[in-house]
Design a protein around this ligand. Structure first.
Ligand code: MTE
Length: 316
């Protein structure tokens, strides 16, 4: 089935990439295309070459300095590839995130199973530099490449019964060796209330630092919800389901007293076993957390309205 997606924005990469870089890139591409045709090497190009050229930086980006690519790709939480921070970068090395399809189900007028390439083809991919605050007390600044979750969801025409959106990670022990161990209830699942999902901030990320998403960061496509603790940002998504009732979420199943459905970053609500008042930016000393945790991770202007009248101690 082919998805009906809005026309691309019509912005030429020459308009958003500095002209010298753009011209050099054109020359490079023309030359390498000529070279590969001559050598018959087209078949050797990776099937998942990045689906964008120059990308515009989003107005929602933070101006804070991003963490290094090295830090972002070697300090990960991705239990499907091991529970240690350095496990995913080692154990996800041979993961092949293609071919990849995504099933869209539930309360919507246009469900279907879509090939990843069709899924993202006419989305407007931009760079969004977001702070990711992990529930464990550390944070990172990551230059994602992705597109608006809301814009994408609207194309499936959710019905009036769609009150929540549930996301599911791939479940395949042969490709994700960490799933051999029952450390979590596989597959990893997450969810958002529909108005949270339709907010302007969440993105489906398909890259970082200008290139395709490294396996350990959730290739080929993952969610990023910057005002919530990092575990809401589910990786390697294969299913999106619109539901009438609140979906179960992996960490809530694992430890319901510690991890709620909402999981908004909130310095006033401690984790039962530690304070959330401060955080350490990866790269800085862990024993001296110097950053005050910000309500909604600093994104209150865009999202505080979603929770008006709610007791966020109860709905943690
Ligand atoms: N998604 C899946 N499928 N499995 C996981 O273990 N870990 C979560 C989240 N998404 C996780 C996941 C947690 S706890 C965090 S902090 C972020 O991914 C980490 O993302 P990063 O490794 O790209 O920094």
């Amino acid at each position: 089935m082919v998805i009906l997606i809005k026309q691309s924005s019509g912005i030429k990469s020459s308009e958003i990439t500095p002209k010298s870089i753009y011209l050099n890139r054109r020359r490079f591409m023309q030359r390498s295309l000529a070279g590969s045709v001559l050598l018959g090497m087209n078949a050797m190009l990776p099937a998942w070459a990045k689906p964008w050229e120059g990308i515009a930086n989003s107005a929602f980006s933070t101006s804070e300095k991003p963490n290094t690519l090295e830090a972002i790709t070697t300090y990960n939480n991705f239990y499907e590839f091991g529970t240690g921070k350095s496990d995913p970068s080692k154990n996800a090395r041979n993961f092949t995130p293609r071919p990849w399809s995504i099933a869209v189900e539930g309360e919507c007028a246009r469900p279907g199973v879509f090939d990843l390439e069709d899924f993202i083809k006419s989305e407007t991919i931009e760079e969004r530099i977001y702070r990711l605050r992990c529930v464990e007390g550390w944070s990172m600044v990551i230059p994602w490449a992705g597109f608006s979750l809301a814009d994408m969801l609207k194309k499936f025409e959710p019905t009036s019964k769609a009150k929540f959106v549930e996301f599911t990670t791939l479940f395949d022990k042969s490709r994700m060796p960490g799933q051999e161990r029952r450390v979590l209830n596989w597959p990893y699942v997450e969810g958002l209330r529909i108005d949270e999902a339709m907010n302007e901030l969440p993105i489906m990320a398909v890259g970082l630092y200008g290139d395709v998403l490294p396996n350990q960061n959730g290739a080929p496509i993952r969610l990023v919800v910057p005002w919530k603790y990092g575990f809401k940002s589910i990786k390697s998504i294969v299913k999106i389901r619109f539901t009438e009732t609140q979906p179960s979420t992996t960490w809530n199943i694992a430890a319901p007293r510690e991890y709620g459905f909402y999981s908004n970053v909130n310095p006033a609500v401690d984790h039962p076993r530690w304070s959330q008042a401060k955080e350490t930016r990866i790269g800085e000393p862990f024993w001296k957390p110097k950053h005050k945790t910000l309500m909604f991770n600093g994104y209150g202007e865009q999202v505080a309205k979603l929770y008006e009248g709610m007791d966020l101690k109860k709905f943690f």
